[in-house]
Design a protein around this ligand. Structure first.
Ligand code: NAD
Ligand code: DAU
Length: 336
Protein backbone atom coordinates (compact mmCIF):
# COMPACT_ATOMS: atom_id res chain seq x y z
CA UNK A 1 0.00 0.00 0.00
CA UNK A 2 1.20 3.54 -0.78
CA UNK A 3 0.35 6.34 1.66
CA UNK A 4 0.63 10.06 1.04
CA UNK A 5 1.06 11.79 4.39
CA UNK A 6 0.63 15.56 4.28
CA UNK A 7 2.32 17.58 7.03
CA UNK A 8 4.49 14.58 7.93
CA UNK A 9 7.32 16.80 9.16
CA UNK A 10 5.15 18.33 11.89
CA UNK A 11 4.56 17.09 15.42
CA UNK A 12 1.77 14.54 14.92
CA UNK A 13 2.57 13.72 11.29
CA UNK A 14 6.16 12.73 12.08
CA UNK A 15 5.07 10.60 15.04
CA UNK A 16 2.51 8.97 12.75
CA UNK A 17 5.14 8.15 10.09
CA UNK A 18 7.52 6.67 12.70
CA UNK A 19 4.66 4.61 14.12
CA UNK A 20 3.39 3.47 10.71
CA UNK A 21 6.78 2.38 9.43
CA UNK A 22 7.29 0.28 12.56
CA UNK A 23 3.83 -1.31 12.43
CA UNK A 24 3.48 -1.66 8.63
CA UNK A 25 7.04 -2.01 7.27
CA UNK A 26 5.78 -3.29 3.91
CA UNK A 27 4.02 0.02 3.08
CA UNK A 28 5.45 2.90 1.06
CA UNK A 29 5.18 6.40 2.54
CA UNK A 30 5.48 9.73 0.76
CA UNK A 31 5.74 12.66 3.15
CA UNK A 32 4.46 15.85 1.48
CA UNK A 33 5.29 18.94 3.52
CA UNK A 34 5.98 22.61 2.86
CA UNK A 35 8.37 22.84 5.81
CA UNK A 36 6.88 25.92 7.46
CA UNK A 37 8.29 27.00 10.83
CA UNK A 38 6.55 23.92 12.31
CA UNK A 39 8.00 21.35 9.90
CA UNK A 40 11.24 19.65 10.94
CA UNK A 41 12.86 16.80 9.02
CA UNK A 42 15.08 16.06 12.04
CA UNK A 43 12.02 14.30 13.53
CA UNK A 44 12.32 11.67 10.78
CA UNK A 45 16.06 10.98 10.94
CA UNK A 46 15.60 7.32 11.82
CA UNK A 47 13.59 6.60 8.64
CA UNK A 48 15.10 9.03 6.13
CA UNK A 49 17.31 6.36 4.52
CA UNK A 50 14.57 3.70 4.44
CA UNK A 51 13.81 3.00 0.74
CA UNK A 52 10.09 2.79 1.59
CA UNK A 53 10.11 6.44 2.74
CA UNK A 54 10.46 9.56 0.62
CA UNK A 55 10.03 13.26 1.16
CA UNK A 56 8.55 15.85 -1.21
CA UNK A 57 8.74 19.50 -0.29
CA UNK A 58 5.54 21.10 -1.52
CA UNK A 59 2.55 23.26 -0.68
CA UNK A 60 -0.90 21.64 -0.42
CA UNK A 61 -2.32 24.82 -2.01
CA UNK A 62 -0.40 24.10 -5.24
CA UNK A 63 -2.58 21.85 -7.48
CA UNK A 64 0.27 20.85 -9.79
CA UNK A 65 2.63 19.45 -7.15
CA UNK A 66 -0.28 17.94 -5.21
CA UNK A 67 -1.55 16.11 -8.30
CA UNK A 68 1.94 14.82 -9.05
CA UNK A 69 2.40 13.54 -5.49
CA UNK A 70 -1.02 11.83 -5.55
CA UNK A 71 -0.13 9.46 -8.45
CA UNK A 72 -0.68 5.78 -7.57
CA UNK A 73 -1.46 6.67 -3.96
CA UNK A 74 -3.88 4.34 -2.16
CA UNK A 75 -4.42 6.29 1.05
CA UNK A 76 -4.04 9.97 1.94
CA UNK A 77 -3.57 10.87 5.61
CA UNK A 78 -3.98 14.63 5.80
CA UNK A 79 -2.25 16.38 8.72
CA UNK A 80 -0.86 19.49 6.98
CA UNK A 81 -2.26 22.63 8.55
CA UNK A 82 -1.52 25.83 10.38
CA UNK A 83 -2.23 24.68 13.93
CA UNK A 84 -1.45 27.20 16.66
CA UNK A 85 -4.48 29.13 17.96
CA UNK A 86 -2.43 32.16 19.12
CA UNK A 87 -0.88 32.54 15.67
CA UNK A 88 -4.35 32.34 14.10
CA UNK A 89 -5.37 35.34 16.22
CA UNK A 90 -2.47 37.51 15.03
CA UNK A 91 -2.50 36.25 11.41
CA UNK A 92 -5.63 34.40 10.27
CA UNK A 93 -5.13 34.63 6.47
CA UNK A 94 -2.64 31.77 6.17
CA UNK A 95 -4.96 29.56 8.25
CA UNK A 96 -7.77 29.99 5.71
CA UNK A 97 -5.38 29.44 2.81
CA UNK A 98 -3.71 26.27 4.11
CA UNK A 99 -6.51 24.69 6.12
CA UNK A 100 -9.46 25.44 3.83
CA UNK A 101 -8.05 26.02 0.32
CA UNK A 102 -5.21 23.49 0.78
CA UNK A 103 -7.67 20.80 1.87
CA UNK A 104 -9.90 21.49 -1.14
CA UNK A 105 -6.91 21.22 -3.50
CA UNK A 106 -6.03 17.83 -1.96
CA UNK A 107 -9.63 16.64 -2.22
CA UNK A 108 -9.77 17.50 -5.94
CA UNK A 109 -6.55 15.57 -6.58
CA UNK A 110 -7.84 12.64 -4.51
CA UNK A 111 -10.99 12.44 -6.66
CA UNK A 112 -9.00 12.76 -9.88
CA UNK A 113 -6.56 10.03 -8.86
CA UNK A 114 -9.29 7.79 -7.40
CA UNK A 115 -7.60 7.26 -4.03
CA UNK A 116 -9.11 4.45 -1.96
CA UNK A 117 -9.25 6.46 1.26
CA UNK A 118 -8.85 10.12 2.20
CA UNK A 119 -8.39 10.41 5.96
CA UNK A 120 -8.70 13.91 7.37
CA UNK A 121 -7.14 14.73 10.75
CA UNK A 122 -9.16 17.36 12.56
CA UNK A 123 -9.69 18.81 16.00
CA UNK A 124 -12.20 18.85 18.86
CA UNK A 125 -11.96 22.68 18.73
CA UNK A 126 -14.55 22.74 15.93
CA UNK A 127 -17.20 22.08 18.61
CA UNK A 128 -16.47 25.33 20.46
CA UNK A 129 -16.26 25.65 24.21
CA UNK A 130 -17.85 23.90 27.20
CA UNK A 131 -18.49 25.64 30.54
CA UNK A 132 -16.54 24.35 33.54
CA UNK A 133 -19.87 23.33 35.06
CA UNK A 134 -21.01 21.37 31.97
CA UNK A 135 -21.19 17.64 32.49
CA UNK A 136 -21.70 16.92 28.79
CA UNK A 137 -18.81 16.08 26.47
CA UNK A 138 -18.18 16.62 22.75
CA UNK A 139 -19.42 13.70 20.67
CA UNK A 140 -19.93 12.90 16.98
CA UNK A 141 -23.42 14.43 17.36
CA UNK A 142 -22.28 17.81 18.75
CA UNK A 143 -23.00 20.84 16.52
CA UNK A 144 -20.07 22.78 15.13
CA UNK A 145 -19.40 26.10 16.89
CA UNK A 146 -15.80 27.16 16.23
CA UNK A 147 -14.62 30.32 18.01
CA UNK A 148 -11.09 31.07 16.76
CA UNK A 149 -9.81 31.61 13.21
CA UNK A 150 -7.91 28.31 13.62
CA UNK A 151 -10.95 26.27 14.63
CA UNK A 152 -13.17 28.03 12.06
CA UNK A 153 -10.70 27.09 9.31
CA UNK A 154 -10.58 23.47 10.52
CA UNK A 155 -14.39 23.39 10.63
CA UNK A 156 -14.43 24.63 7.02
CA UNK A 157 -12.05 21.83 6.04
CA UNK A 158 -14.21 19.18 7.78
CA UNK A 159 -17.30 20.38 5.88
CA UNK A 160 -15.42 20.25 2.57
CA UNK A 161 -14.20 16.71 3.27
CA UNK A 162 -17.77 15.53 4.01
CA UNK A 163 -19.08 17.32 0.93
CA UNK A 164 -16.64 15.39 -1.30
CA UNK A 165 -18.05 12.16 0.15
CA UNK A 166 -21.69 13.06 -0.56
CA UNK A 167 -21.08 14.88 -3.86
CA UNK A 168 -18.29 12.89 -5.52
CA UNK A 169 -18.36 9.63 -3.54
CA UNK A 170 -14.77 10.14 -2.34
CA UNK A 171 -14.15 7.48 0.35
CA UNK A 172 -13.35 9.68 3.33
CA UNK A 173 -12.99 9.26 7.09
CA UNK A 174 -12.43 12.00 9.69
CA UNK A 175 -11.01 11.98 13.20
CA UNK A 176 -11.53 14.94 15.53
CA UNK A 177 -9.07 14.62 18.37
CA UNK A 178 -8.11 16.52 21.50
CA UNK A 179 -4.80 18.14 22.51
CA UNK A 180 -1.88 15.90 21.63
CA UNK A 181 1.35 15.75 23.62
CA UNK A 182 4.54 13.68 23.46
CA UNK A 183 7.88 13.64 21.59
CA UNK A 184 8.50 16.34 18.96
CA UNK A 185 5.66 18.54 20.28
CA UNK A 186 6.48 22.05 19.10
CA UNK A 187 7.33 24.23 22.12
CA UNK A 188 4.81 26.95 21.26
CA UNK A 189 2.09 24.69 22.71
CA UNK A 190 1.46 24.40 26.43
CA UNK A 191 3.08 21.14 27.60
CA UNK A 192 6.24 21.41 25.47
CA UNK A 193 6.54 25.13 26.22
CA UNK A 194 6.20 24.49 29.96
CA UNK A 195 8.71 21.61 30.09
CA UNK A 196 11.36 23.38 28.01
CA UNK A 197 10.93 26.67 29.88
CA UNK A 198 11.51 24.89 33.20
CA UNK A 199 14.56 23.11 31.76
CA UNK A 200 15.86 26.56 30.77
CA UNK A 201 15.12 28.01 34.23
CA UNK A 202 12.33 30.19 32.85
CA UNK A 203 8.81 30.55 34.24
CA UNK A 204 5.76 28.83 32.79
CA UNK A 205 3.36 31.45 31.34
CA UNK A 206 -0.24 30.59 32.22
CA UNK A 207 -3.03 32.50 30.49
CA UNK A 208 -5.76 34.22 32.53
CA UNK A 209 -6.87 32.40 35.68
CA UNK A 210 -5.26 29.11 34.60
CA UNK A 211 -8.53 27.23 35.10
CA UNK A 212 -9.01 26.38 31.41
CA UNK A 213 -9.31 22.65 30.76
CA UNK A 214 -8.16 20.51 27.85
CA UNK A 215 -8.49 16.80 27.10
CA UNK A 216 -4.94 15.42 26.62
CA UNK A 217 -4.14 12.65 24.13
CA UNK A 218 -0.72 10.98 23.90
CA UNK A 219 0.48 11.26 20.31
CA UNK A 220 1.20 7.54 19.87
CA UNK A 221 -2.32 6.67 21.04
CA UNK A 222 -3.51 9.10 18.35
CA UNK A 223 -1.44 7.31 15.68
CA UNK A 224 -2.99 3.98 16.78
CA UNK A 225 -6.46 5.53 16.53
CA UNK A 226 -5.87 6.63 12.92
CA UNK A 227 -4.53 3.14 12.18
CA UNK A 228 -7.75 1.63 13.59
CA UNK A 229 -9.88 3.97 11.47
CA UNK A 230 -7.89 3.17 8.31
CA UNK A 231 -8.12 -0.59 8.92
CA UNK A 232 -11.63 -0.92 10.34
CA UNK A 233 -13.40 2.45 10.09
CA UNK A 234 -16.51 2.93 8.03
CA UNK A 235 -16.21 5.17 4.97
CA UNK A 236 -18.03 8.49 5.40
CA UNK A 237 -17.83 8.32 9.21
CA UNK A 238 -16.31 10.60 11.83
CA UNK A 239 -14.64 9.34 15.02
CA UNK A 240 -13.73 11.45 18.06
CA UNK A 241 -10.44 10.61 19.76
CA UNK A 242 -9.42 11.67 23.26
CA UNK A 243 -7.24 10.75 26.19
CA UNK A 244 -7.58 9.18 29.62
CA UNK A 245 -7.50 12.54 31.35
CA UNK A 246 -9.36 13.70 34.41
CA UNK A 247 -10.42 17.29 33.94
CA UNK A 248 -7.11 18.97 34.80
CA UNK A 249 -6.88 22.80 34.71
CA UNK A 250 -3.82 24.24 32.94
CA UNK A 251 -2.32 25.54 36.16
CA UNK A 252 -2.41 22.03 37.64
CA UNK A 253 -0.59 20.71 34.56
CA UNK A 254 2.10 23.32 35.17
CA UNK A 255 2.35 22.19 38.81
CA UNK A 256 2.68 18.54 37.77
CA UNK A 257 5.53 19.41 35.38
CA UNK A 258 7.30 21.46 38.05
CA UNK A 259 6.95 18.59 40.54
CA UNK A 260 8.44 16.05 38.08
CA UNK A 261 11.36 18.42 37.48
CA UNK A 262 11.87 19.17 41.19
CA UNK A 263 10.92 22.87 41.03
CA UNK A 264 8.44 24.86 43.11
CA UNK A 265 5.26 26.69 42.11
CA UNK A 266 6.91 30.14 42.16
CA UNK A 267 7.96 29.17 38.62
CA UNK A 268 4.44 29.81 37.36
CA UNK A 269 3.66 33.25 35.95
CA UNK A 270 0.08 34.31 35.20
CA UNK A 271 0.02 36.34 31.97
CA UNK A 272 -2.64 38.11 29.89
CA UNK A 273 -5.39 35.85 28.60
CA UNK A 274 -5.91 34.63 25.04
CA UNK A 275 -8.76 36.53 23.29
CA UNK A 276 -11.85 34.32 22.92
CA UNK A 277 -10.16 31.60 25.02
CA UNK A 278 -12.23 28.37 24.96
CA UNK A 279 -12.93 27.38 28.58
CA UNK A 280 -13.10 23.62 28.39
CA UNK A 281 -12.84 20.68 25.97
CA UNK A 282 -13.93 17.20 26.97
CA UNK A 283 -14.16 14.37 24.47
CA UNK A 284 -16.45 11.35 24.46
CA UNK A 285 -14.46 8.71 22.55
CA UNK A 286 -16.88 5.85 23.20
CA UNK A 287 -17.75 5.43 19.49
CA UNK A 288 -14.22 4.55 18.39
CA UNK A 289 -13.84 2.30 21.44
CA UNK A 290 -17.14 0.52 20.82
CA UNK A 291 -16.88 0.18 17.04
CA UNK A 292 -13.13 -0.17 16.45
CA UNK A 293 -11.80 -1.37 19.81
CA UNK A 294 -9.43 1.60 20.27
CA UNK A 295 -8.62 3.17 23.62
CA UNK A 296 -5.63 5.02 25.09
CA UNK A 297 -3.01 2.63 26.51
CA UNK A 298 -2.10 4.63 29.64
CA UNK A 299 -3.25 7.53 31.81
CA UNK A 300 -2.14 11.18 31.69
CA UNK A 301 0.40 11.11 34.56
CA UNK A 302 2.37 8.20 33.11
CA UNK A 303 2.53 9.84 29.69
CA UNK A 304 3.46 13.22 31.17
CA UNK A 305 6.47 11.68 32.96
CA UNK A 306 7.49 9.95 29.74
CA UNK A 307 7.20 13.23 27.82
CA UNK A 308 9.26 15.16 30.38
CA UNK A 309 11.92 12.45 30.15
CA UNK A 310 11.95 12.75 26.35
CA UNK A 311 12.58 16.51 26.53
CA UNK A 312 15.32 15.97 29.13
CA UNK A 313 17.10 13.58 26.76
CA UNK A 314 16.51 15.58 23.54
CA UNK A 315 17.87 18.97 24.53
CA UNK A 316 19.59 19.50 21.19
CA UNK A 317 16.31 19.03 19.33
CA UNK A 318 14.28 21.58 21.29
CA UNK A 319 17.13 24.08 21.72
CA UNK A 320 17.48 24.24 17.93
CA UNK A 321 13.70 24.58 17.52
CA UNK A 322 13.60 27.36 20.12
CA UNK A 323 16.17 29.49 18.29
CA UNK A 324 15.61 31.71 15.24
CA UNK A 325 12.00 32.42 14.27
CA UNK A 326 10.74 31.04 17.58
CA UNK A 327 12.59 33.71 19.59
CA UNK A 328 10.84 36.53 17.69
CA UNK A 329 7.47 34.80 18.11
CA UNK A 330 8.03 34.34 21.87
CA UNK A 331 8.94 38.01 22.38
CA UNK A 332 5.83 39.19 20.52
CA UNK A 333 3.51 36.74 22.28
CA UNK A 334 4.78 37.03 25.87
CA UNK A 335 6.79 40.23 26.26
CA UNK A 336 4.53 42.85 24.65
P1 NAD B 1 2.21 21.09 13.30
O1 NAD B 1 1.94 22.54 13.30
O2 NAD B 1 3.20 20.54 14.26
O3 NAD B 1 2.69 20.62 11.84
C1 NAD B 1 2.01 21.01 10.68
C2 NAD B 1 2.84 20.51 9.49
O4 NAD B 1 2.14 20.90 8.30
C3 NAD B 1 4.24 21.10 9.42
O5 NAD B 1 5.18 20.11 9.13
C4 NAD B 1 4.13 22.12 8.29
O6 NAD B 1 5.36 22.32 7.61
C5 NAD B 1 3.08 21.47 7.40
N1 NAD B 1 2.38 22.45 6.57
C6 NAD B 1 1.83 23.63 6.95
N2 NAD B 1 1.31 24.28 5.90
C7 NAD B 1 1.52 23.47 4.81
C8 NAD B 1 1.21 23.59 3.46
N3 NAD B 1 0.58 24.67 2.97
N4 NAD B 1 1.55 22.59 2.62
C9 NAD B 1 2.20 21.49 3.09
N5 NAD B 1 2.54 21.34 4.38
C10 NAD B 1 2.22 22.32 5.24
O7 NAD B 1 0.82 20.38 13.44
P2 NAD B 1 0.37 19.18 14.38
O8 NAD B 1 0.23 19.68 15.76
O9 NAD B 1 1.23 18.03 14.10
O10 NAD B 1 -1.11 18.91 13.82
C11 NAD B 1 -1.31 18.05 12.70
C12 NAD B 1 -2.79 18.01 12.37
O11 NAD B 1 -3.53 17.56 13.51
C13 NAD B 1 -3.39 19.38 12.00
O12 NAD B 1 -4.30 19.20 10.95
C14 NAD B 1 -4.10 19.82 13.27
O13 NAD B 1 -5.18 20.66 12.97
C15 NAD B 1 -4.56 18.49 13.83
N6 NAD B 1 -4.69 18.48 15.29
C16 NAD B 1 -3.65 18.82 16.09
C17 NAD B 1 -3.77 18.74 17.48
C18 NAD B 1 -2.64 19.07 18.41
O14 NAD B 1 -2.84 18.99 19.62
N7 NAD B 1 -1.45 19.41 17.94
C19 NAD B 1 -4.99 18.33 18.03
C20 NAD B 1 -6.07 18.05 17.17
C21 NAD B 1 -5.89 18.10 15.79
O1 DAU C 1 -7.87 20.67 21.09
C1 DAU C 1 -7.03 20.38 20.02
C2 DAU C 1 -6.16 21.57 19.71
O2 DAU C 1 -5.19 21.66 20.73
C3 DAU C 1 -5.47 21.49 18.35
O3 DAU C 1 -6.45 21.46 17.35
C4 DAU C 1 -4.51 22.67 18.14
O4 DAU C 1 -3.82 22.52 16.93
C5 DAU C 1 -3.54 22.69 19.28
O5 DAU C 1 -2.71 23.82 19.16
C6 DAU C 1 -4.27 22.71 20.62
O6 DAU C 1 -4.94 23.98 20.84
P1 DAU C 1 -4.95 24.68 22.28
O7 DAU C 1 -5.17 26.12 22.09
O8 DAU C 1 -5.85 23.96 23.21
O9 DAU C 1 -3.44 24.34 22.72
P2 DAU C 1 -2.30 25.25 23.43
O10 DAU C 1 -1.18 24.32 23.77
O11 DAU C 1 -2.00 26.46 22.65
O12 DAU C 1 -3.02 25.67 24.77
C7 DAU C 1 -3.47 24.71 25.69
C8 DAU C 1 -4.09 25.45 26.86
O13 DAU C 1 -3.04 26.13 27.56
C9 DAU C 1 -5.07 26.53 26.45
O14 DAU C 1 -6.07 26.65 27.44
C10 DAU C 1 -4.22 27.81 26.44
C11 DAU C 1 -3.24 27.56 27.56
N1 DAU C 1 -1.91 28.18 27.42
C12 DAU C 1 -1.24 27.99 26.25
C13 DAU C 1 0.00 28.56 26.07
C14 DAU C 1 0.75 28.40 24.77
C15 DAU C 1 -1.35 28.87 28.47
O15 DAU C 1 -1.96 29.00 29.56
N2 DAU C 1 -0.11 29.42 28.31
C16 DAU C 1 0.58 29.30 27.14
O16 DAU C 1 1.71 29.85 27.05
Amino acid sequence: MKLLVTGGAGFIGSNFILYWMKEHPQDVIVNFDKLTYAGNLENLKEVEKNPKYSFVQGDICDPVSVDKAMKEVDVVVHFAAETHVDRSITGPAVFVMTNVVGTQVLLDAAVKNAVKRFHHVSTDEVFGSLELTDTSKFSERTNYSPRSPYSASKAGSDHLVRSYFTTYGLPITITNCSNNFGPYMFPEKLIALAITNVLEDKKIPIYGDGLYVRDWLYVEDHARAIDAVLQKGKVGETYLVGGMTDLIPNVEIAKKILKILGKDESNIEFVKDRPGHDRKYDVDWSKIKRELGWEPEHGFDEYLEKTVEWYKTHEQWWKRVKSGEYEDYYKKQYES
